[in-house]
Design a protein. Structure first.
Length: 95
């Protein structure tokens, strides 16, 4: 869920089902991906998809610190998410 002040709109993006090992660090990972999407000027739906994928990927590992979501896992999770027609995060990350 993300609220845009400039558009006066609320965006909702469904979570990505994964086998959860540990939730430590998931919120921090999600927030970091929101910042990345914002600074790279991703669309809001693409930013939410990326944040959900990074948070979900983090949940598949155990512990904090060294349990950082790797790009391959995030890209695999993103491939499960339908995009809104704009450049997807995986396409934008490749540039």
């Amino acid at each position: 869920l993300l609220r845009s002040r400039s558009e006066q709109r609320t965006y909702i993006s469904p979570g990505i089902p994964v086998e959860v090992m540990d939730t430590v660090g998931c919120g921090d990972s999600f927030a970091a991906a929101i910042v990345l999407g914002f600074t790279r000027r991703f669309s809001i739906p693409a930013t939410l998809a990326l944040a959900n994928a990074v948070g979900a990927a983090t949940a598949t590992g155990r512990g904090a610190g060294t349990n950082v979501a790797d790009a391959q896992t995030v890209l695999q999770l993103l491939s499960r998410v339908s995009q809104d027609g704009s450049a997807s995060p995986e396409q934008r990350l490749a540039t």
